[in-house]
Design a protein around this ligand. Structure first.
Ligand SMILES: O=C(O)CCC(=O)C(=O)O
Length: 327
């Protein structure tokens, strides 16, 4: 294990100790400004650097994302940006309340995708970006790669999200994969939650043609309408004042049951380079098994928060450190 990985593991371990989390958060006063403001608005008397969880904030916020509320489609139809969209995207958005996702074929031009792949290769071979210590992913490549930023912050991507949420949204993070993640079923909401709920959209961008052998993303249509699975649903007992519970195994088991009980079968996103899948943050999804050894599955994922909601990580019970631009 190299020094980079050792440091990452130590940080990961410290991330379960509430006092250590608080000290870590104190170094991010500006990025936690939105959380500080939201705590005040939600009537929460707590330090901006302390831990935060669903159990203590749920129900305090008002409002729903546009396509989560009754009448959302009428509002969408009245939005002039919607009227200007490609009819296939319009049809996909109309189905969002029922399905929780929109697949957009050929969203990005081959040239933009090729430029990003070349840049990623250069950054990897130059040792400028490194895989996460726990899984085959590169976090936040858009901070190093203008080509990744160009895709992740493409005005058409932001427009789609704003049409879904009915309010301004911004990029929170990106994840780049070269191989399939083979990640267990989960929802983004456990990782990136909002109060009120529903104000995060995931955007999965295919950077090469992806078939079943590459371990495509799978997702459960309609699962975004199931109850959110949060810490209090995992049967972990009473929270400790000092240590944040290790939720991993209990969450995985719970989500396997969600998949087993759901009435719709999982679908896989077999895609062409440039295709994009937008999803609701409570849509159950994951990475299917890579069945062709050595197959790559290049992709870029962006997670986007809506403006002026409390954004936090339920899994680690931390307020999200927001990039510049969020109020
Ligand atoms: O790409 C994958 O396999 C899963 C990605 C994912 O779950 C996510 O970014 O939320």
């Amino acid at each position: 294990m190299g020094p980079r990985e050792r440091i990452a593991r130590v940080k990961h371990g410290l991330g379960r100790l509430r006092p250590a989390v608080a000290v870590g958060q104190m170094a991010h006063r500006r990025a936690l400004g939105p959380a500080r403001r939201r705590y005040r608005e939600l009537g929460l008397r707590k330090p901006w650097f302390g831990s935060v969880s669903h159990a203590e904030v749920a129900g305090r916020g008002a409002g729903q994302a546009r396509l989560d509320r009754a009448g959302g489609i009428d509002e969408l139809e009245a939005d002039e940006r919607f009227a200007a969209l490609d009819p296939k995207l319009q049809a996909g958005l109309r189905e969002w309340p029922r399905r929780g996702y929109v697949a957009a074929e050929g969203f990005f031009a081959p040239g933009a995708v090729a430029a990003l792949n070349a840049e990623i290769d250069r950054l990897v071979s130059g040792g400028e970006i490194h895989q996460h210590h726990l899984s085959p992913r590169f976090m936040n490549v858009h901070r190093r790669s203008p080509a990744a930023r160009a895709l992740a912050e493409d005005p058409r991507v932001l427009e789609m999200i704003e049409l879904i949420l009915g309010r301004r949204a911004g990029l929170f993070q990106t994840i780049c994969f070269i191989q399939g993640s083979q990640q267990e079923a989960h929802s983004d909401a456990f990782h990136m939650m909002t109060e009120p709920p529903g104000f995060l959209v995931g955007v999965w961008m295919a950077l090469e043609d992806i078939d079943e052998g590459c371990g495509p993303v799978f997702y459960l249509p309609g699962s975004h309408r199931l109850p959110y699975v949060m810490t209090e649903d995992l049967g972990l007992g009473h929270p400790s004042r000092l240590v944040i519970a290790d939720k991993g195994a209990a969450y995985v088991n719970r989500m396997r049951a969600v998949v087993g009980d759901h009435d719709a079968q999982p679908l896989t996103f077999t895609a062409k380079a440039g295709d994009v899948l937008f999803w609701h943050h409570n849509l159950t999804h994951g990475g299917s098994a890579v069945t062709r050894p050595g197959a790559t599955r290049r992709s870029l994922v962006g997670h986007y928060f809506g403006d002026r909601v409390l954004c936090y990580h339920e899994v680690t019970e931390r307020a999200a450190r927001m990039p510049a631009g969020f109020d």
